[in-house]
Design a protein around this ligand. Sequence first.
Ligand SMILES: *[C@@H]1O[C@H](CO)[C@@H](O)[C@H](O)[C@H]1NC(C)=O
Length: 391
Amino acid sequence: MHRQALLLAILSASAMGSVPEWGQCGGLQFTGETDCATGFACVELNPYYSQCLAGTATTTVTTPTTTPTMVSTTSTIKSTSTTTHTTTTASSPPSATGFIKTSGMRFTLNGQQFVSVGSNAYWPALLGYSDAEIDQAFSDIAGSGATVCRAFNEVTSPQGVYFHLWTGSTATVNTGTDGLQRLDCLISSAKSHGIKFLIALSVTRLLHFLQPRTEPKARSKISCFGMTSAFIKSLNPNHLVAIGDEGFINDPIPHNFDFPYQGGGIGIDFEANLAVNTLDFGTFHDSWGESGNDIAWGQQWITDHAAFMTSANKPVIMEEFGLTFTGTQRANDYTTWYNTVISTGLTGDLLWQAGSVFNGTETPNDGYAIYPTDPVYTLLRQHAAALKARG
Ligand SMILES: *[C@@H]1O[C@H](CO)[C@@H](O)[C@H](O)[C@H]1NC(C)=O
């Protein structure tokens, strides 16, 4: 009872206009307090986000026009372009400039379909490699027919190259030569090889967020995803936003309570998230296969996500998949998964992970690296061509 009384007190206080300077006061999906504290006005930055700002007499509140739904966010597909957005025309060829957009279940660039295929490549910027080595890495990756790489880097103690530092609840962005300036090199090199980047903004926070709780609150998680994605779009409406999560499905009973199908237990529902209007595309990771049944399990996992892609009519890509063992069976198994991507119509895929050889020295291998000499590199090239042909 005490707790309820306190909550009511807080709610009635906030109804008198208490959103502080910089606080959100409106936008699609937003259901919170819309009255700014005295001296501040609610200013619409874009349809997704209104904020309490000082120094203006005008109050512009964006009224939500849709039922609050659920979103998500921690990845953005970042165009490697830093130039002004070019006007798209149907006849202009895909190029290194322009922003990736969505069209139904596919991505587009400059009005033409953009096929998303490639790998993780977070290491080239992080390990002290020279510009020539970074360039070699992207040359090798582009040689496989790849169009997209995925990168991230954040740490909990500052050392070496890092972009993003979390200490307790404090976030610090490293803009120095061992920080975002390395990311600039990475993007610049990738751009020269025609590669787009998908950047995970905060892996640690997402993992923390996805931890099981004793009392899962799917709705509050989903609305938190929604607010975050709306905020990202308010800062940068040109880039696509996704959760970048594992893609857990909330359908436990027909799947014998197989963990990745028990998303509800940790407040995650791939289908519900994908329906959210500020979430541009979906991702899932194929790193949950059961021992002895990885390949068939992975095929079903791909097929299930492709079905959600179709019903939501939004792109869905598979990330973080790979096999560590060696031998002929390995190549056959990659082929099986690649064929499943093609046949289910899944939008695209990014394997874990690319590898390169710099003047005879191999880049680090966690067991999954695909060097240009690997038979899987040849498969990747065939798969990229097949995806581009399928469209
Ligand atoms: C390989 O060695 C040559 C000669 O030293 C050098 O010019 C080149 O940049 C090196 N390549 C890489 C990827 O480091």
